[in-house]
Write a protein that binds this ligand. Structure first.
Ligand code: COA
Length: 177
C-alpha cells in the first residue's frame, strides 16, 4: 500500500438532478437525501485514499444554507483532508448549477469522517496525506483540531487531552484580553 497520498488523488465529483422523488412537500430537496449523496461521494474519496472498505464514523459541520429546488443540478465535490491512524477526514462542497444559465453557487460544505476496516469490521491503518496547495495545507492543519472536537463530543477524548484545540482557545483569549 502507498505510504502517503496527495488530496487531489482522492478527489471525487458527483452530479445529480433533483427529481420529484427526492423532494419534500415544498418541492425542495430533502436534507436526508442530500446527506446520503454526500455520504456516497465522501466514501468514494476515502476509498480512493486507502483502497479498503470504509465506514462512516461521523458527520460534522453540515448546514443547509439555502433550499435546493426540484430540477436543480447538484454538484458534490469531495477530497480527503487528512488521515490519522485508521480514520480519514473528508471535506465536501456542494454547489447548485442553474440549468438555464450554467451559473453555480455554493450551498453547503461539510466534513465527514471515515474509518478503514478489515473484513471483520476492525479498524486498519491507512496512508498519510501530503497536502500540496495552501488550501490543502490549511485544511490539513485544521483537521487535527476538528478531530479533537468531534472526539470530545463523542466522549472519546478528554478535553484536557485536546492540546491543539486548547491552544486555539488560549490564542483567542490572549488577543481579546
Ligand atoms: C467507526 C468504527 C469502525 C470505530 O470503531 P471503534 O471500535 O470505535 O474503534 P476505535 O475506538 O479504535 O477508533 C478507530 C478510529 O475511529 C475513530 N473514531 C471512532 N469514533 C469516532 C467518532 N465518533 N468520530 C470520529 N472518529 C471516530 C477514532 O478516532 C479512530 O481513529 P484513528 O485510528 O485514526 O485514531 C465503529 O464505531 C463502527 O463500525 N461504527 C459503525 C460504522 C457504520 O456502520 N457507519 C454507517 C452508519 S449506519
Amino acid at each position: 500500500m502507498k505510504q502517503v497520498r496527495q488530496p487531489q488523488e482522492t478527489f471525487s465529483s458527483t452530479v445529480r438532478i433533483v427529481l420529484p422523488n427526492d423532494t419534500n412537500t415544498l418541492g425542495n430537496l430533502m436534507g436526508g437525501n442530500l446527506l446520503h449523496w454526500m455520504d456516497v461521494a465522501a466514501a468514494v474519496s476515502a476509498n480512493r485514499h486507502c483502497r479498503r472498505v470504509v465506514v462512516t464514523a461521523a458527520v460534522n459541520n453540515v448546514s443547509f444554507d439555502r433550499p435546493i429546488r426540484l430540477g436543480d443540478v447538484v454538484l458534490i465535490e469531495s477530497q480527503v483532508t487528512r488521515a490519522f491512524h485508521s480514520s480519514m477526514e473528508v471535506y465536501l462542497e456542494v454547489m447548485i448549477e442553474n440549468s438555464a444559465t450554467g451559473e453555480r453557487c455554493r450551498c453547503n460544505e461539510a466534513y465527514y469522517t471515515f474509518v478503514a476496516v478489515d473484513q471483520l469490521g476492525a479498524p486498519i491503518a491507512v496512508p498519510g496525506v501530503e497536502p500540496q496547495t495552501d488550501e490543502e495545507r490549511k485544511r490539513f492543519d485544521g483537521a487535527l483540531r476538528r478531530r479533537q472536537l468531534r472526539l470530545i463530543l463523542a466522549g472519546k477524548l478528554k478535553p484536557a487531552e485536546a492540546t491543539e484545540l486548547k491552544a486555539l482557545f488560549d490564542e483567542g483569549q490572549s488577543t481579546t484580553s
